[in-house]
Ligand binder design. Structure first.
Ligand code: NAD
Length: 427
């Protein structure tokens, strides 16, 4: 029999297609209602504390000046400094960044880290920019939002299309004005004070959570199959660790499409293939598959690890043939699709739990930077696993007690913690 927290519950049902921000607000309202949160706290937690929007003129390689727009949203800092990634993408806008900042507040609270939540983004297409242009853009952004950053104020990290190199530029630009400050960013190169294990932490954490969920459902991980959308940092590390556990990875994809092999993909070989700047879709050992088709493949674990809003009523949720959905990406499921998944009794491991491994090791990196001390990989992985399993157990037992989904339980725990900090700090 399925545990109670995997059974169907009712959600508010929006009538039209909604944005990631609206999805996140609906998730908040749903949990706030169950917590019977005071009206003033609902208002405080529903909207960000501070939103900064900056112009970013950059001299491009051909001599033109292009003006980009960048955002940093600081949602809530009651439990500690704002913490969250920076993404570069053509679809970035204030609404999206706002939603993701809110999600970060819940994620850090669920993991019980001494952080609040923030998010940043620059509307640009990094695939059409040279390394020099990206460096100029990153440095200009850091200079222009510098006033609201700080190791005890707001700490950045990598996200979609940003990596260790981008973090190194931010660290350098910030330090040139404020003195040596490695703790201003996490996800830095290890040679600049980054933490061992940070790069692969989100993928590793996803696999730790999957192992616990499968144990609860009495499913042997070695008998399972997985389909992964996205083969960047999160997708490729998740694939690698699942492969090492004996999971058969049937398909993976990137922006340009994917590759499907019913006998299972050789993930280390595929990783070598993409490391040579080739796309997943050109891997020769399998059949090409579109991102749309991939999401509908029959599998045990469906792992969206790319962009938000990909599991929707319009596109696919009625045709999904997965046994469990694991939200490696932020906000991949719209509320209406979420409700349909509940009705179809397909459990969803929510983003703020599934992909929190990155921010947990970011916390370890920040602590190591502040202490000027290095932890080894075993210590980091042990602590990471302990944090994630503790959070999963808390979520699971609240879900069973309240007979709600894992998502609602995760939000109730997180929002409850932030609300308590707000009440005690006073106004
Ligand atoms: P990334 O830039 O390293 O990789 C993104 C991958 O998604 C690439 O393979 C890209 O080709 C693919 N992709 C992009 N647009 C797509 C589309 N429209 N359809 C299908 N595939 C597409 O990014 P990442 O760091 O791996 O982040 C992936 C997701 O995980 C994001 O939603 C991010 O917010 C979330 N996340 C990342 C971290 C982290 O530590 N990096 C932590 C928590 C959550």
């Amino acid at each position: 029999m399925k545990p109670a927290h995997f059974q169907s519950m009712k959600y508010p049902m929006p009538e039209k297609k909604i944005t990631n921000f609206q999805t996140i607000v609906i998730q908040f309202e749903n949990a706030a209602e169950r917590l019977k949160l005071e009206p003033y706290l609902r208002k405080i937690l529903r909207i960000p504390f501070r939103e900064v929007s900056v112009q970013l003129p950059v001299v491009m390689d051909d001599g033109r000046i292009e003006v980009f727009t960048g955002y940093r949203v600081q949602h809530n800092g009651a439990r500690g400094p704002y913490k969250g990634g920076l993404r570069y993408h053509p679809d970035v806008d204030l609404d999206e960044v706002r939603g993701l900042a809110i999600l970060m507040t819940w994620k850090t609270a669920l993991m019980n880290l001494p952080f609040g939540g923030g998010k940043g983004g620059i509307q640009c297409d990094p695939h059409k920019m040279s390394p020099r242009e990206l460096e100029q853009l990153t440095r200009k952004f850091t200079a222009r939002i510098g006033l609201v950053l700080g190791p005890y104020r707001d700490i950045l990290a990598p996200d979609l299309n940003t990596d260790e190199q981008v973090m190194a530029w931010i660290f350098d630009e910030y330090s040139s004005r404020h003195g040596y400050t490695p703790s201003i960013v996490t996800g830095k190169p290890v040679s600049l004070g980054g933490s061992i294990g940070r790069k692969e932490a989100t993928g590793r954490g996803i696999v730790y959570i999957i192992q616990e969920v499968l144990k609860d459902l009495e499913i042997d991980i070695k008998t399972t199959t997985a389909v992964i959308q996205g083969f960047g940092n999160v997708g490729s590390h998740t694939a690698q660790f699942l492969y090492e556990e004996g999971v058969k990875i049937l398909a993976v994809s990137g922006r340009e499409g994917g590759i499907y092999n019913p006998s299972g993909l050789n993930i280390p070989d595929l990783i070598r293939h993409v490391q040579n700047r080739r796309s997943v879709a050109t891997y020769p050992y399998g059949d090409p598959i579109t991102n749309k088709e991939l999401l509908k493949l029959e599998c045990d674990l469906l792992i969206p690890a790319a962009v938000g809003g990909v599991i929707t009523k319009e596109d696919n949720v009625l045709d999904l043939k997965a046994r469990i959905v694991v939200e490696a990406a932020n906000c991949p499921t719209t509320p209406i699709a979420d409700k349909i998944l509940q009705e179809r009794e397909i459990p969803v491991i929510p983003d703020i739990l599934a992909n929190a491994g990155g921010v947990v090791v970011s916390y370890f990196e920040w602590v190591q930077n502040l202490q000027q001390f290095r932890w080894d990989l075993d210590h980091i992985n042990r602590e990471l696993q302990a944090h994630l399993i503790k959070a999963y157990r808390e979520v699971r037992s609240l879900a069973e007690r309240e007979r709600v989904t894992l998502r609602t339980a995760a939000h109730m725990i997180a929002i409850g913690r932030v609300a308590e900090a707000e009440r005690i700090r006073g106004h």
